[in-house]
Ligand binder design. Structure first.
Ligand SMILES: [Zn+2]
Length: 306
């Protein structure tokens, strides 16, 4: 009889096991942050990004589905620096899950502790500037993103302390790998130091600066503001093939205007991969960086070979 009870206990314990081993439910605003969460959380997390790879996270709309998803989440990770100012505050306001609101154990502002570049002297928020707190696209440069990875690790440890050792060692591994990869590409770019590039939106700036390139201008007069014909004409009359080697754009911006500027200056228009998952082989932030760095270097080396 005793054995029977013990067996029953064993069987029910086995049935309960999956629940006891359930993964943490993590929601992020972008696929880049989701990749960092997977990097640090490994098998302990199930992560969903609220934006898809080819969606510009500046311009999402809050939906009831987002409210439901973060309501069921153990951890919510947002990019910060006001990248998601148009939609995340509304989603957070609607959720009943207090933990994932700012200040709660389940909330991570991944930008915490990062020094933003391009902080405007005067904010042009009222004119539609979508970078009022400085450039929010720090995940494009894996070493800058190390601080985001630290913030994510701290968040995972807050809500799941028993796996703290795993999160810490995954964080260490990420830091070591990103240091190594970025150093390798800096070396490859050394012969091209200070090469001038024009960007469409200030999206890749952390990466371009890290690689030693010189961002001489942007097609958008302010981040998020479409260029006027006058601004385009000004770019074309100011720059030439000596001062600029390429125009860089994300696929969700106006490729026609990008091409117009590039053609008039006489340089190539290069479409880069803006987020994790937006191109083949961009499954994490380090692979994304390497893919984009390779594309830029191919253009520079092709030109050098002419
Ligand atoms: Zn932006």
């Amino acid at each position: 009889m005793k054995l029977k009870i013990r067996l029953l206990y064993l069987v029910s314990a086995c049935l309960l096991l999956p629940a006891a081993r359930a993964q943490l439910r993590v929601t992020t605003t972008t696929t880049d942050l989701a990749a960092l969460v997977r990097e640090i959380g490994g098998e302990h997390v199930e992560v969903v990004s609220l934006s898809r790879p080819l969606q510009d996270a500046h311009y999402l709309d809050a939906t009831p589905g987002m409210v439901v998803r973060i309501g069921r989440s153990d951890l919510f990770v947002e990019n910060g620096f006001e990248l998601e100012m148009g939609w995340v505050p509304e989603v957070i306001r609607e959720t009943r899950n207090r933990s994932v609101r700012p200040g709660g154990d389940g909330h991570v502002d991944a930008s915490h502790g990062i020094q933003a570049i391009q902080i405007p002297e005067r904010t042009h928020r009222d004119m539609g500037d979508v970078h009022p707190s400085g450039n929010p696209h720090y995940t494009l440069e894996p070493v800058v993103a190390q601080q985001a990875a630290r913030n994510i690790a701290a968040g995972l440890i807050r809500v799941d302390e028993k796996n703290a050792d795993t999160y810490k060692s995954n964080l260490d591994a990420y830091i070591a790998r990103s240091d190594e990869v970025v150093a390798k590409w800096k070396e490859k770019f050394a012969p091209h130091a200070n090469t001038g590039v024009i960007i469409y939106h200030k999206h890749f700036d952390y990466m371009l600066k890290s690689l030693g390139l010189n961002i001489v201008d942007a097609v958008e007069p302010l981040p998020g503001i479409a260029p006027s014909a006058r601004h385009v004409a000004q770019l074309i009359s100011t720059y030439d093939t000596d001062s600029v080697r390429m125009v860089i754009i994300e696929p969700w911006h106006d490729l026609r205007v990008g091409k117009q500027v590039a053609d008039a200056i006489g340089v190539p228009l290069l479409v880069l991969c803006p987020t994790v998952g937006s191109c083949d082989g961009t499954d994490d932030v380090i692979a994304l960086f390497e893919t984009n760095a390779r594309k830029i270097l191919d253009v520079l080396e092709a030109e050098a070979g002419e």
